[in-house]
Ligand binder design. Structure first.
Ligand code: SF4
Length: 287
């Protein structure tokens, strides 16, 4: 009974991910139940969230060839020492407690309910950056928890990752009234917090979601249509003369994808480039 529920949950996750990524024709895998059961039986009870690997049934997945040696697992977070992870976690908490949560550097402090620092892994390999909290985020104090957040969760799952393995935040830590686009003075006041978050986490890749995040991080006024689809250099140090650049992939914001589902395929193509760079397996059918 429990296995049957697990299988249904995995299949539902798979179908929802396909639909969210813009795949119109989703063939139901005609796989014997026992085979599907073996696909999920090995999941550790410590990992209750299905990963993209979990959602690949043998009928639709890319790695069902008999006898093939298993590929070495790509780490989902950076393999830092426990001391280093604790230091980064503490630094992020200090930044939130001592500066962001009490910030009055711009007038948005007067209309916010809660500041939204962002959340995730302090040694994430990938950081997703949006523009600003919406109403639900403002109410809960958490980033990307509304409808757009649900889509982002599906996008992350499709990459084979979980939300708690990446870091998710915004350029602005307080909600602009009526969800309007952040103003230049608000971005100027708030973006140092984002740069400090990135300096602490030191991700391997940054995914900028939408125009305001991409333009802020790349210091450009180019449209998201021109920026997306290729990696740009981002310098965590703030200077191209100090340290190597971090690859930054601009793509569409999930809120835009909810309004323009035809663009989901392009966003997925951007994310596949990120997966490739991180060495995450891309299902054959999506190549
Ligand atoms: S938006 Fe940023 S700069 Fe403005 S009050 Fe909030 S935390 Fe401070």
């Amino acid at each position: 009974m429990g296995d049957s529920l697990n299988i249904r949950a995995v299949l539902r996750q798979h179908l929802e991910t396909e639909r969210l990524l813009g795949v119109q024709d989703v063939p139901l895998p005609s796989v014997p139940r026992v085979a599907l059961g073996s696909a999920v039986a090995g999941r550790s009870s410590a990992s209750p969230h299905p990963t993209a690997t979990d959602t690949q049934s043998p009928a639709v997945g890319p790695r069902s060839s008999a006898g093939a040696a298993p590929l070495p697992e790509t780490p989902h977070t950076m393999p830092v020492s426990p001391d280093e992870l604790a230091a980064r976690t503490a630094a992020l908490k200090r930044l939130d407690d001592d500066q962001v949560s009490v910030c009055v550097k711009c007038h948005l402090c007067r209309t916010r309910t809660k500041t939204v620092f962002g959340q995730g892994h302090a040694a994430a390999r990938v950081v997703f950056v949006g523009e600003a909290p919406g109403s639900e985020e403002d109410r809960q104090g958490l980033a990307f928890v509304g409808r757009a957040g649900q889509l982002l969760t599906q996008m992350i799952a499709a990459m084979g990752l979980r939300r708690d393995e990446v870091f998710i935040c915004n350029v602005l830590k307080c909600r602009p009234p009526d969800n309007r686009t952040p103003a230049d003075d608000e971005i100027a006041a708030c973006s140092p917090y984002l740069f400090e978050q990135l300096r602490i986490i030191q991700p391997e890749v940054i995914v900028a979601l939408g125009a305001p995040a991409s333009q802020t991080l790349l210091n450009t006024k180019d449209s998201i249509g021109r920026l997306r689809g290729r990696f740009h250099d981002f310098h965590i140090s703030g200077s191209p003369l100090v340290g190597p650049p971090t690859p930054l992939m601009p793509t569409f914001h999930p809120a835009y994808l909810l309004r323009s589902p035809n663009e989901k395929r392009k966003a997925w193509e951007d994310l596949m480039k990120v997966m490739e760079l991180l060495g995450l397996p891309i299902p054959e059918k999506y190549r």
